[in-house]
Design a protein around this ligand. Structure first.
Ligand code: SF4
Length: 234
């Protein structure tokens, strides 16, 4: 598997203390991406590991998985490496190790991958497919199709919405979309725009005025809660 970076963090990418692998390659081109070096599938900074090498590393790290922790795969887009990812997720679960992924939710393999995921995190960037295409490079049809399958299945889901001024900072369209579904087992999180990855962009960075206020994030939380949607603390 192509891994860009790895390390531990606490409760940011799933429950407890987790060993987080950033997989190389992404099929989206979000203009605010904080890991632009992860987009190219042939990224020269990535290292190659076998499934069993990563499994051994996780088994050796068991002592670190406190407070319900385990292993998380993110990116880039982890689902691009779906065959090896599924194999590794199964082996981790067979070892009793908690598994999580963070995904942009566009993969046709997502439902298969999710069968071996204990904690599923997806991004959702925009409900309007034309605006999604403008800022991300592709429409949102595949994302919506996957989310709607997950809602219908009733499984656990954690949706993260990056909130960016003048791109998606009006919560009403999001609520109008989500309230059509049974989201009883879904929690929503709102991530205020930041520029931590801006200096890593080698192409022009096109977001010029993306920061949102605390009031905007509060407006998202309040409107979601008022419509019966579950909100989690950021
Ligand atoms: S989906 Fe994530 S990794 Fe891919 S381009 Fe967008 S922000 Fe970057």
């Amino acid at each position: 598997m192509k891994i860009l970076q790895k390390g531990f963090n606490y409760s940011q990418d799933g429950p407890g203390n987790r060993l987080v692998y950033h997989l190389q390659g992404c099929n989206f081109r979000c203009k605010w991406c904080s890991n632009p070096e992860s987009m190219n599938a042939d990224g020269s900074d990535a290292k190659i590991y076998t499934v069993d090498e990563l499994l051994d590393e996780a088994k050796r790290s068991r002592m670190m998985f406190f407070d319900g922790g385990g292993v998380t795969f993110t990116g880039g887009e982890c689902a691009l490496q779906h065959d090896e990812l599924i194999e590794l997720l199964k082996k981790l679960q067979d070892e009793g190790i908690n598994t999580a992924i963070e995904t942009n939710a566009s993969s046709p393999h997502l439902m298969k991958i999710a069968e071996n995921v204990d904690y599923l995190i997806t991004d959702f960037k925009h409900y309007d497919t034309d605006i999604h295409k403008k800022w991300i490079g592709v429409g949102n049809e595949a994302v919506k199709a996957n989310l709607e399958k997950i809602f219908a299945s009733g499984r656990q889901l954690h949706i993260r919405i990056p909130v960016i001024k003048n791109i998606n900072d009006n919560p009403h369209g999001f609520v109008d979309y989500f309230k059509r579904f049974d989201t009883a087992n879904t929690v929503f999180e709102f991530l205020a725009y930041h520029e931590f990855g801006k200096d890593k962009w080698t192409q022009e960075y096109e977001i010029t005025d993306g920061f949102v206020s605390d009031e905007t994030i509060t407006e998202f939380k309040n409107l979601f809660v008022a419509n019966g949607l579950n909100v989690t603390a950021t």
